[in-house]
Design a protein around this ligand. Sequence first.
Ligand SMILES: NC(=O)c1ccc[n+]([C@@H]2O[C@H](COP(=O)([O-])OP(=O)(O)OC[C@H]3O[C@@H](n4cnc5c(N)ncnc54)[C@H](O)[C@@H]3O)[C@@H](O)[C@H]2O)c1
Length: 315
Amino acid sequence: MIKNKTILITGGAGFIGSIMAETLFKENKITVLDNFSGGNLKNLSPFKDHVKIIEGDIRREETFEKLKDDFDLVIHFAANSDVRSGSTDTKSDMEINVIGTHNLLEYMRKRDVKDLIFSSTSTVYGEASIIPTPENYGPELPISLYGASKLANEGFIWSYFHYYGIKPTIFRFANIVGRNSTHGVIHDFIIKLKKDPQNLEILGDGRQEKSYMHVDDCVDAMIHIYERNKSGDVVNLGNDQRTSVTRIANVVVEKMGLKNVKFHYTGGIDGRGWAGDIKIAQLSIEKMKAYGWNNRYDSDQSVVRATEEIVGQMK
Ligand SMILES: NC(=O)c1ccc[n+]([C@@H]2O[C@H](COP(=O)([O-])OP(=O)(O)OC[C@H]3O[C@@H](n4cnc5c(N)ncnc54)[C@H](O)[C@@H]3O)[C@@H](O)[C@H]2O)c1
Protein backbone atom coordinates (compact mmCIF):
# COMPACT_ATOMS: atom_id res chain seq x y z
CA MET A 1 0.00 0.00 0.00
CA ILE A 2 1.24 3.53 -0.81
CA LYS A 3 1.81 5.33 2.53
CA ASN A 4 2.96 8.69 3.90
CA LYS A 5 3.19 10.38 0.52
CA THR A 6 1.99 13.77 -0.70
CA ILE A 7 0.08 12.91 -3.86
CA LEU A 8 -1.55 14.92 -6.64
CA ILE A 9 -4.41 13.12 -8.40
CA THR A 10 -5.45 14.90 -11.59
CA GLY A 11 -8.98 14.02 -12.66
CA GLY A 12 -9.49 12.81 -9.09
CA ALA A 13 -13.20 13.68 -9.13
CA GLY A 14 -13.81 11.34 -12.06
CA PHE A 15 -14.60 7.65 -12.17
CA ILE A 16 -11.26 5.88 -11.58
CA GLY A 17 -9.60 8.92 -9.96
CA SER A 18 -12.22 9.16 -7.21
CA ILE A 19 -11.83 5.47 -6.33
CA MET A 20 -8.04 5.98 -6.22
CA ALA A 21 -8.50 9.01 -3.91
CA GLU A 22 -10.88 7.00 -1.71
CA THR A 23 -8.31 4.18 -1.50
CA LEU A 24 -5.32 6.40 -0.66
CA PHE A 25 -6.62 9.29 1.45
CA LYS A 26 -6.31 7.61 4.87
CA GLU A 27 -2.58 6.92 4.63
CA ASN A 28 -1.48 9.84 2.42
CA LYS A 29 -1.93 13.57 1.88
CA ILE A 30 -4.06 13.87 -1.23
CA THR A 31 -4.77 16.83 -3.53
CA VAL A 32 -7.38 16.37 -6.23
CA LEU A 33 -7.10 18.64 -9.29
CA ASP A 34 -10.15 18.58 -11.55
CA ASN A 35 -12.14 20.98 -13.71
CA PHE A 36 -15.34 19.00 -13.06
CA SER A 37 -16.14 18.72 -16.77
CA GLY A 38 -16.81 15.01 -16.32
CA GLY A 39 -16.02 14.49 -12.65
CA ASN A 40 -18.39 15.18 -9.81
CA LEU A 41 -17.86 16.48 -6.28
CA LYS A 42 -20.37 13.84 -5.18
CA ASN A 43 -17.72 11.16 -5.88
CA LEU A 44 -15.50 12.74 -3.22
CA SER A 45 -18.19 13.64 -0.71
CA PRO A 46 -17.70 10.71 1.74
CA PHE A 47 -14.10 11.85 2.37
CA LYS A 48 -14.03 15.41 1.03
CA ASP A 49 -12.86 16.87 4.36
CA HIS A 50 -9.76 14.68 4.23
CA VAL A 51 -8.49 15.73 0.79
CA LYS A 52 -7.58 19.07 -0.77
CA ILE A 53 -9.76 19.80 -3.78
CA ILE A 54 -8.54 22.29 -6.37
CA GLU A 55 -10.70 23.29 -9.32
CA GLY A 56 -8.59 23.94 -12.39
CA ASP A 57 -8.08 23.10 -16.03
CA ILE A 58 -4.88 21.29 -17.06
CA ARG A 59 -5.05 23.00 -20.47
CA ARG A 60 -3.92 26.20 -18.73
CA GLU A 61 -0.38 26.49 -17.41
CA GLU A 62 -1.57 28.94 -14.71
CA THR A 63 -3.63 26.14 -13.15
CA PHE A 64 -0.48 24.53 -11.82
CA GLU A 65 0.46 27.72 -9.94
CA LYS A 66 -2.43 26.91 -7.59
CA LEU A 67 -0.55 23.82 -6.37
CA LYS A 68 1.52 24.73 -3.34
CA ASP A 69 2.52 21.32 -1.93
CA ASP A 70 5.73 19.48 -2.73
CA PHE A 71 4.38 16.31 -4.26
CA ASP A 72 6.12 12.93 -4.05
CA LEU A 73 3.87 11.41 -6.69
CA VAL A 74 1.42 12.48 -9.40
CA ILE A 75 -1.33 10.11 -10.53
CA HIS A 76 -2.60 11.50 -13.82
CA PHE A 77 -6.17 10.67 -14.82
CA ALA A 78 -7.43 14.03 -16.15
CA ALA A 79 -8.28 13.63 -19.81
CA ASN A 80 -10.97 13.66 -22.41
CA SER A 81 -11.86 10.06 -21.63
CA ASP A 82 -14.58 9.73 -24.26
CA VAL A 83 -13.06 7.60 -27.03
CA ARG A 84 -16.05 8.21 -29.28
CA SER A 85 -15.93 12.02 -29.26
CA GLY A 86 -12.95 12.27 -31.63
CA SER A 87 -15.03 11.30 -34.66
CA THR A 88 -16.88 14.64 -34.41
CA ASP A 89 -14.72 16.78 -32.08
CA THR A 90 -11.18 16.84 -33.39
CA LYS A 91 -9.75 19.28 -30.82
CA SER A 92 -10.38 17.89 -27.32
CA ASP A 93 -7.95 14.97 -27.46
CA MET A 94 -5.20 17.33 -28.62
CA GLU A 95 -5.96 20.13 -26.18
CA ILE A 96 -6.84 18.22 -23.01
CA ASN A 97 -4.78 15.06 -23.40
CA VAL A 98 -1.70 16.22 -25.30
CA ILE A 99 -1.33 19.89 -24.22
CA GLY A 100 -2.76 19.21 -20.74
CA THR A 101 -0.32 16.35 -20.11
CA HIS A 102 2.57 18.43 -21.44
CA ASN A 103 1.62 21.22 -19.02
CA LEU A 104 1.63 18.69 -16.18
CA LEU A 105 5.05 17.34 -17.19
CA GLU A 106 6.44 20.87 -17.32
CA TYR A 107 5.05 21.52 -13.84
CA MET A 108 6.69 18.29 -12.60
CA ARG A 109 10.01 19.23 -14.21
CA LYS A 110 10.01 22.72 -12.72
CA ARG A 111 8.95 21.53 -9.26
CA ASP A 112 11.21 18.50 -9.34
CA VAL A 113 8.43 15.92 -8.88
CA LYS A 114 10.01 12.59 -9.82
CA ASP A 115 7.25 10.00 -9.81
CA LEU A 116 4.32 9.66 -12.24
CA ILE A 117 1.55 7.11 -12.65
CA PHE A 118 -0.20 7.53 -16.01
CA SER A 119 -3.51 6.09 -17.21
CA SER A 120 -3.05 5.05 -20.82
CA THR A 121 -5.23 2.75 -22.85
CA SER A 122 -5.54 -0.34 -25.01
CA THR A 123 -6.53 1.97 -27.90
CA VAL A 124 -2.84 2.90 -28.42
CA TYR A 125 -2.45 -0.48 -30.14
CA GLY A 126 -5.12 0.27 -32.75
CA GLU A 127 -6.43 -2.77 -34.59
CA ALA A 128 -3.80 -5.17 -33.26
CA SER A 129 -3.09 -8.34 -35.24
CA ILE A 130 -1.93 -10.16 -32.10
CA ILE A 131 -4.63 -10.85 -29.51
CA PRO A 132 -4.13 -10.89 -26.52
CA THR A 133 -1.91 -7.91 -27.29
CA PRO A 134 1.37 -7.65 -25.35
CA GLU A 135 3.02 -4.38 -24.30
CA ASN A 136 5.80 -4.78 -26.89
CA TYR A 137 3.35 -5.09 -29.82
CA GLY A 138 4.08 -2.75 -32.68
CA PRO A 139 3.81 -0.72 -34.71
CA GLU A 140 1.17 0.97 -32.59
CA LEU A 141 -1.28 2.43 -35.09
CA PRO A 142 -4.22 3.98 -33.21
CA ILE A 143 -7.52 4.33 -35.06
CA SER A 144 -8.96 7.08 -32.83
CA LEU A 145 -7.76 10.55 -31.87
CA TYR A 146 -8.07 9.46 -28.26
CA GLY A 147 -5.69 6.53 -28.84
CA ALA A 148 -3.36 8.81 -30.79
CA SER A 149 -3.31 11.38 -27.98
CA LYS A 150 -2.50 8.75 -25.33
CA LEU A 151 0.28 7.31 -27.50
CA ALA A 152 1.69 10.84 -27.83
CA ASN A 153 1.42 11.21 -24.04
CA GLU A 154 3.44 8.04 -23.54
CA GLY A 155 6.15 9.34 -25.87
CA PHE A 156 6.38 12.64 -23.99
CA ILE A 157 6.46 10.85 -20.65
CA TRP A 158 9.34 8.55 -21.67
CA SER A 159 11.24 11.55 -23.00
CA TYR A 160 10.79 13.45 -19.73
CA PHE A 161 12.05 10.32 -17.98
CA HIS A 162 15.20 10.28 -20.06
CA TYR A 163 15.83 14.03 -19.84
CA TYR A 164 14.72 14.78 -16.30
CA GLY A 165 14.37 11.48 -14.44
CA ILE A 166 10.59 11.59 -13.93
CA LYS A 167 9.95 7.87 -13.36
CA PRO A 168 6.82 6.63 -15.16
CA THR A 169 4.51 3.79 -14.29
CA ILE A 170 2.25 3.68 -17.35
CA PHE A 171 -0.86 1.52 -17.34
CA ARG A 172 -2.68 0.61 -20.52
CA PHE A 173 -6.20 -0.13 -19.34
CA ALA A 174 -8.69 -2.44 -21.00
CA ASN A 175 -12.28 -1.31 -20.30
CA ILE A 176 -12.63 -0.35 -16.68
CA VAL A 177 -16.13 -0.59 -15.20
CA GLY A 178 -17.77 0.07 -11.85
CA ARG A 179 -19.44 2.62 -9.56
CA ASN A 180 -18.93 6.36 -10.19
CA SER A 181 -18.52 5.80 -13.94
CA THR A 182 -20.09 8.38 -16.19
CA HIS A 183 -19.98 6.81 -19.60
CA GLY A 184 -19.39 3.56 -21.45
CA VAL A 185 -21.57 0.79 -22.72
CA ILE A 186 -23.23 -0.22 -19.41
CA HIS A 187 -24.11 3.39 -18.73
CA ASP A 188 -25.48 3.95 -22.24
CA PHE A 189 -27.71 0.88 -22.02
CA ILE A 190 -29.13 1.89 -18.63
CA ILE A 191 -29.95 5.40 -19.87
CA LYS A 192 -31.59 4.07 -23.02
CA LEU A 193 -33.62 1.47 -21.12
CA LYS A 194 -34.82 4.05 -18.61
CA LYS A 195 -36.25 6.03 -21.53
CA ASP A 196 -37.72 2.97 -23.24
CA PRO A 197 -37.84 -0.28 -21.20
CA GLN A 198 -39.13 -2.30 -24.19
CA ASN A 199 -36.49 -1.55 -26.81
CA LEU A 200 -32.73 -1.25 -26.75
CA GLU A 201 -30.66 0.20 -29.57
CA ILE A 202 -27.26 -1.50 -29.70
CA LEU A 203 -24.49 0.20 -31.67
CA GLY A 204 -22.79 -2.17 -34.11
CA ASP A 205 -23.66 -5.85 -34.44
CA GLY A 206 -23.36 -6.68 -30.72
CA ARG A 207 -20.54 -9.09 -31.41
CA GLN A 208 -17.81 -6.61 -30.48
CA GLU A 209 -15.87 -8.29 -27.71
CA LYS A 210 -13.71 -6.54 -25.15
CA SER A 211 -12.13 -7.43 -21.90
CA TYR A 212 -13.59 -5.69 -18.84
CA MET A 213 -11.92 -5.07 -15.50
CA HIS A 214 -13.64 -3.91 -12.33
CA VAL A 215 -12.44 -0.55 -11.01
CA ASP A 216 -11.57 -2.01 -7.58
CA ASP A 217 -9.24 -4.48 -9.31
CA CYS A 218 -7.82 -1.72 -11.51
CA VAL A 219 -6.91 0.57 -8.59
CA ASP A 220 -5.53 -2.34 -6.56
CA ALA A 221 -3.35 -3.51 -9.47
CA MET A 222 -2.09 0.04 -10.10
CA ILE A 223 -0.92 0.42 -6.50
CA HIS A 224 0.59 -3.06 -6.35
CA ILE A 225 2.58 -2.65 -9.57
CA TYR A 226 3.60 0.96 -8.90
CA GLU A 227 5.22 -0.12 -5.65
CA ARG A 228 7.27 -2.79 -7.42
CA ASN A 229 8.26 -0.78 -10.50
CA LYS A 230 11.77 0.45 -9.81
CA SER A 231 12.89 1.94 -13.10
CA GLY A 232 9.90 2.90 -15.26
CA ASP A 233 7.53 0.51 -16.99
CA VAL A 234 4.43 0.15 -19.14
CA VAL A 235 1.96 -2.53 -18.06
CA ASN A 236 -1.37 -3.67 -19.52
CA LEU A 237 -4.26 -4.02 -17.07
CA GLY A 238 -7.17 -6.19 -18.06
CA ASN A 239 -8.58 -9.66 -17.88
CA ASP A 240 -8.00 -13.04 -19.47
CA GLN A 241 -11.51 -13.17 -20.94
CA ARG A 242 -13.73 -11.01 -23.16
CA THR A 243 -17.40 -10.09 -22.90
CA SER A 244 -19.57 -9.34 -25.93
CA VAL A 245 -21.79 -6.27 -26.21
CA THR A 246 -24.90 -8.48 -26.46
CA ARG A 247 -23.91 -10.28 -23.25
CA ILE A 248 -23.62 -6.87 -21.53
CA ALA A 249 -27.07 -5.90 -22.85
CA ASN A 250 -28.50 -9.10 -21.32
CA VAL A 251 -26.84 -8.41 -17.96
CA VAL A 252 -28.17 -4.83 -17.89
CA VAL A 253 -31.70 -5.98 -18.78
CA GLU A 254 -31.60 -8.59 -16.00
CA LYS A 255 -30.16 -6.26 -13.35
CA MET A 256 -32.77 -3.60 -14.19
CA GLY A 257 -35.45 -6.25 -13.64
CA LEU A 258 -36.78 -5.94 -17.20
CA LYS A 259 -38.24 -8.63 -19.44
CA ASN A 260 -38.92 -9.09 -23.16
CA VAL A 261 -36.72 -6.23 -24.28
CA LYS A 262 -36.21 -6.11 -28.06
CA PHE A 263 -32.64 -5.54 -29.17
CA HIS A 264 -32.17 -3.36 -32.28
CA TYR A 265 -28.66 -3.55 -33.76
CA THR A 266 -27.52 -0.55 -35.81
CA GLY A 267 -25.05 -2.78 -37.68
CA GLY A 268 -22.62 0.12 -37.52
CA ILE A 269 -19.61 0.25 -39.78
CA ASP A 270 -18.40 -3.29 -40.36
CA GLY A 271 -20.11 -4.33 -37.09
CA ARG A 272 -18.34 -1.61 -35.07
CA GLY A 273 -20.28 0.67 -32.72
CA TRP A 274 -18.77 3.83 -34.25
CA ALA A 275 -15.84 4.91 -36.42
CA GLY A 276 -12.79 4.33 -34.23
CA ASP A 277 -14.40 1.49 -32.25
CA ILE A 278 -12.21 -1.59 -32.00
CA LYS A 279 -14.15 -4.82 -32.56
CA ILE A 280 -12.04 -7.26 -30.60
CA ALA A 281 -9.83 -5.96 -27.81
CA GLN A 282 -7.96 -8.05 -25.32
CA LEU A 283 -4.67 -7.26 -23.71
CA SER A 284 -2.05 -9.74 -22.68
CA ILE A 285 -1.84 -9.55 -18.90
CA GLU A 286 1.23 -11.75 -18.48
CA LYS A 287 3.36 -8.80 -17.34
CA MET A 288 0.70 -7.74 -14.83
CA LYS A 289 0.74 -11.29 -13.43
CA ALA A 290 4.56 -11.36 -13.42
CA TYR A 291 4.35 -8.42 -11.00
CA GLY A 292 2.47 -10.80 -8.72
CA TRP A 293 -1.03 -9.37 -9.16
CA ASN A 294 -4.10 -11.42 -10.14
CA ASN A 295 -7.70 -10.40 -10.85
CA ARG A 296 -10.42 -10.96 -8.28
CA TYR A 297 -13.18 -10.65 -10.90
CA ASP A 298 -13.10 -12.09 -14.42
CA SER A 299 -14.48 -10.06 -17.34
CA ASP A 300 -18.11 -11.25 -17.04
CA GLN A 301 -18.04 -10.91 -13.23
CA SER A 302 -16.67 -7.38 -13.57
CA VAL A 303 -19.55 -6.47 -15.89
CA VAL A 304 -22.15 -8.00 -13.56
CA ARG A 305 -20.75 -6.29 -10.45
CA ALA A 306 -20.37 -2.95 -12.24
CA THR A 307 -23.93 -3.13 -13.59
CA GLU A 308 -25.31 -3.76 -10.09
CA GLU A 309 -23.35 -0.77 -8.77
CA ILE A 310 -24.29 1.60 -11.60
CA VAL A 311 -27.98 0.59 -11.59
CA GLY A 312 -27.94 1.22 -7.79
CA GLN A 313 -26.34 4.66 -8.20
CA MET A 314 -28.72 5.69 -11.01
CA LYS A 315 -31.90 4.88 -9.04
N1 LIG B 1 -12.54 4.07 -17.93
C1 LIG B 1 -11.83 3.34 -18.78
O1 LIG B 1 -12.25 2.26 -19.19
C2 LIG B 1 -10.48 3.82 -19.27
C3 LIG B 1 -9.79 3.03 -20.19
C4 LIG B 1 -8.54 3.45 -20.62
C5 LIG B 1 -7.99 4.62 -20.13
N2 LIG B 1 -8.70 5.39 -19.26
C6 LIG B 1 -8.10 6.64 -18.81
O2 LIG B 1 -8.17 6.71 -17.39
C7 LIG B 1 -8.36 8.06 -16.98
C8 LIG B 1 -9.59 8.15 -16.10
O3 LIG B 1 -10.72 7.73 -16.86
P1 LIG B 1 -12.19 7.75 -16.27
O4 LIG B 1 -12.92 6.67 -16.93
O5 LIG B 1 -12.12 7.82 -14.79
O6 LIG B 1 -12.73 9.10 -16.88
P2 LIG B 1 -13.51 10.34 -16.23
O7 LIG B 1 -13.99 11.15 -17.37
O8 LIG B 1 -14.50 9.88 -15.22
O9 LIG B 1 -12.34 11.11 -15.47
C9 LIG B 1 -11.57 12.11 -16.07
C10 LIG B 1 -11.54 13.28 -15.10
O10 LIG B 1 -10.74 14.32 -15.66
C11 LIG B 1 -11.38 15.56 -15.48
N3 LIG B 1 -10.95 16.45 -16.55
C12 LIG B 1 -11.28 16.39 -17.86
N4 LIG B 1 -10.70 17.40 -18.54
C13 LIG B 1 -9.99 18.11 -17.62
C14 LIG B 1 -9.20 19.28 -17.71
N5 LIG B 1 -9.03 19.91 -18.88
N6 LIG B 1 -8.61 19.75 -16.59
C15 LIG B 1 -8.78 19.12 -15.40
N7 LIG B 1 -9.54 18.02 -15.24
C16 LIG B 1 -10.14 17.52 -16.36
C17 LIG B 1 -12.86 15.25 -15.56
O11 LIG B 1 -13.65 16.25 -14.91
C18 LIG B 1 -12.92 13.91 -14.84
O12 LIG B 1 -13.11 14.08 -13.46
C19 LIG B 1 -8.46 8.89 -18.26
O13 LIG B 1 -7.20 9.43 -18.55
C20 LIG B 1 -8.84 7.86 -19.29
O14 LIG B 1 -8.42 8.24 -20.58
C21 LIG B 1 -9.93 5.02 -18.82
